[in-house]
Design a protein around this ligand. Structure first.
Ligand code: ADP
Ligand code: MG
Length: 698
């Protein structure tokens, strides 16, 4: 098949709908999708039937309502199309009701107290703005997959999609108000768009299966550094190994079939690290697709006897993985609100929206930070390979200069002498691509979009985009309110830009975010620097956060609190798993291996001495090894005690703090002993694959 035929061949997309639905039904469905209305049941019946026929022709036997619970991964329950006719024969059925709503048992998903155990029911509802598609498993079973929102009996959101859709609605409404106030009478909808770049590692499956830590925690809790790391800078954009290329080809094919626009692929900075970037899409589709990307990456890897690691920091000492969340806003008639234009009017609009984002990010830096707070991402943020835990915005010198001049009421000049009017000021035409590529900023303006680089590689991008959309909505709301009242819109716009720059320019930083000086400078600017997830998550339960999310109807008080509870608990669970895996490996693998080699050294020393030869080498190594063994044994015992104590704590936040301060700290100490032991014990005796094997034998 040609690529153009492969692409989207497993999607019930617009083309298929047009072909297979009666004209009236197609029109009604399109209108529902475009205007965010609810689906009529007569329309749903016809659509469901067409979907079923299409799916069955393509080999499907089952359908599933696919949803995104707070675990951060996706969930699905499969039902077959079979149904019994009155005469006992089997017919294939899929009704509009079954398409629109499902009723999975919600009791085994984290809800943060939203769902009482006596009301275990959860509901799923088709998000018709994200097309249904076919998922094929490795055994060849095909399932009609319907993207859905997941909520409780009381209509409280139990998932990540519902708040995302709500936030998209909020930002559209407020952005449109700004556009209207500026004289745009045509555009009818603003959508947030996202292109998430996904980083990942590959490791040979046989090595992976020999490492309890990788299997259970997704990262190596132990491991001495390989003699070679990333210092030669020979991996990034280097030629892709054949085995990996085979994998990528296979991955692309699977993604393309599901209509996912896998576009760019390359080697990343660390050995065995790679990246895939799609073409951007509407935020909810981009989010659905990113979940599928993560799932497919893992599935396809197994076919190649590889394992795909999505953890933010699988290996110490080399770069970890993140997700660059490229975000922008566009009208349905094709105007990118973050795109500098060619006319004065377009530039006022651009500067207003950019300024609004400066205000939004400065005001709610804590919330953005909280959306990236996971145990895994703690290893990455601030580790001089990823953005620091401090949120700042990179605007580029030129744009910063223009904003600064407007704020001071200064004239803006340019070499090309192409002036355009903004209020009382003059503005040059903005050259596109004027932003140099600052790679260290957590929130970089990159010409016509912002790139939020804090998101962890294993995370759903939903949370960060819910926050981005909502904080943008709030800033637009305030700006729209002022513009609507103003007589001279241009003068008011200039005034708003001026005021925002004066108040919020502290969040702009164009320098090196990895530099030690920036940490000090940020402190002077009173920018928050929250170094760990447990503290960062607290930003979800401040008055400011409740007010924000309630005002724009994205989260109720209860819904927001439930997220906090779930994420704090998840943090504890994560560290608990790591600690248990660490104890297991030390007691059953590393100490026995150390003892084995120690015994060999002792025996060897004794037999050397028997024949009157000195055994200083054996004695020297044995002494060192013995010290490490006792220390590891002591620390493992300490870790056991710390875990038991943490497990017994009643208060969830105190518990998470105990995991962070007590459990994690001992784990780190234990790692030092074990890694030092690994440097001494012969490879044949060492019970698990080493960093050299994990990173280079691919
Ligand atoms: P890099 O950061 O590696 O230089 P690119 O410039 O190629 O990456 O683009 C990164 C991502 O940004 C891609 O997924 C691309 O589709 C996405 N992108 C481009 N324009 C927009 C936009 N208007 N809204 C959201 N994402 C966008
Ligand atoms: Mg990028």
């Amino acid at each position: 098949m040609e690529l153009t035929e492969v692409f989207g061949s497993n999607v019930f997309n617009d083309k298929i709908m047009k072909e297979r639905l009666p004209k009236q039904i197609y029109k009604a469905l399109k209108e529902t999708i475009e205007k965010d209305m609810s689906l009529r049941s007569d329309v749903a019946d016809v659509v469901a039937n067409a979907m079923k026929d299409w799916a069955i022709e393509k080999g499907a036997t089952h359908y599933t309502h696919w949803f995104q619970p707070l675990t951060g991964i996706t969930a699905e329950k499969h039902d077959s199309f079979i149904s019994l006719a009155p005469d006992g024969s089997v017919i294939l059925e899929f009704s509009g009701k079954q398409l629109i709503q499902g009723e999975p048992d919600a009791s085994s998903f984290p809800s943060g107290g939203l769902r009482a155990t006596f009301e275990a029911r959860g509901y799923t509802a088709w998000d018709c703005t994200s097309p249904a598609f076919l998922k094929t498993d490795e055994a060849g079973m095909v399932t009609l997959t319907i993207p859905t929102a997941f909520y409780s009996y009381n209509s409280e959101a139990l998932d990540k999609k519902t708040p995302l859709l709500r936030s998209m609605k909020a930002v559209s409404k407020q952005a449109l108000r700004v556009l209207r106030a500026l004289g745009n009478t045509v555009s009818s909808k603003v959508t947030s768009t996202v292109g998430p770049e996904q980083e990942y590692f590959l490791v040979d499956k046989s090595f992976y299966l020999d490492r309890i830590d990788l299997m259970l925690a997704g990262r190596t809790i132990f491991g001495a550094p390989a003699p070679k790391g990333q210092e030669l800078e020979d991996q990034y954009f280097g030629a892709i190994k054949d085995r990996v290329m085979d994998y990528m080809n296979d991955l692309n094919m699977e993604l393309w079939k599901m209509g996912i626009t896998s576009k760019t692929q390359h080697n990343e900075v660390a050995p065995a690290q790679y990246e895939m970037a799609p073409i951007f899409a509407t935020t909810n589709i981009a989010t659905d697709h990113n979940q599928l990307v993560m799932e497919t990456m893992q599935k396809v890897a197994l076919r190649h006897d590889l394992v795909c690691l999505l953890h933010e920091k699988p290996y110490a000492g080399i770069n970890g993985s993140g997700k660059h969340n490229n975000w922008s806003l566009s009208t349905e008639d094709g105007i990118n609100l973050l795109e500098p234009g060619n006319t004065p009017g377009e530039n006022v609009q651009f500067l207003l929206f950019v300024s609004a984002m400066i205000k939004a990010v400065d005001t709610h830096a804590d919330i953005l930070r909280a959306t990236c707070a996971t145990a895994g991402n703690d290893h990455r943020l601030g580790a001089n390979e990823a953005p620091p835990a401090i949120i700042s915005i990179f605007m580029g010198e030129e744009l910063t200069d223009i904003l600064a001049k407007i704020s001071k009421g200064e004239k803006i000049t340019t070499k090309d002498a192409e002036f355009t009017k903004v209020g009382v000021d003059t503005l040059p035409e903005f050259p596109k691509d004027n932003t140099d590529r600052n790679r260290t900023s957590p929130f970089a303006f990159t010409g016509n979009k912002f790139e939020f680089r804090m998101v962890g590689s294993a995370q759903s991008i939903a949370g960060s985009n819910v926050a981005l959309n909502t904080i943008a909505a709030e800033a637009f709301d305030e700006i729209a309110g002022r513009l609507e009242k103003a007589k001279d819109k241009n003068a008011e716009a200039a005034q708003i830009i001026k005021e925002i720059y004066k108040k919020h320019s502290r969040v702009i930083f164009n320098g090196n975010n990895y530099a030690e000086e920036w940490v000090k400078e940020a402190e002077k600017r009173a920018l928050p620097n929250v170094k760990n997830a447990v503290d960062a998550l607290k930003a979800f339960v401040t008055d400011k956060a409740f007010k924000l999310f309630e005002k724009y109807e994205v989260f109720s008080h209860k819904e927001l609190h439930s997220r906090y509870d779930v994420y704090v608990e998840t943090y504890s669970k994560q560290i608990n798993i790591e600690a248990m895996a660490a104890i297991d490996m030390v007691k059953k693998q590393f100490i026995p291996a150390g003892l084995e080699y120690a015994t060999f050294l002792a025996d060897s020393a004794a037999s050397f001495k028997d024949i009157g030869v000195g055994a200083s080498v054996q004695e020297d190594i044995l002494k060192k090894l013995n010290t490490l063994l006792s220390s590891a044994y002591k620390n493992a015992t300490k870790l056991e005690t710390a875990v038991v104590k943490a497990q017994a704590m009643g208060d969830a936040v105190k518990q998470a703090e105990a995991y962070r301060d007590k459990v994690f700290a001992v784990m780190q100490a234990l790692r030092i002993d074990v890694d030092a032991m690994e440097m001494i014990v012969p490879r044949d005796t060492w019970p698990v694959p080493t960093y050299t094997e994990l990173l280079f034998k691919l």
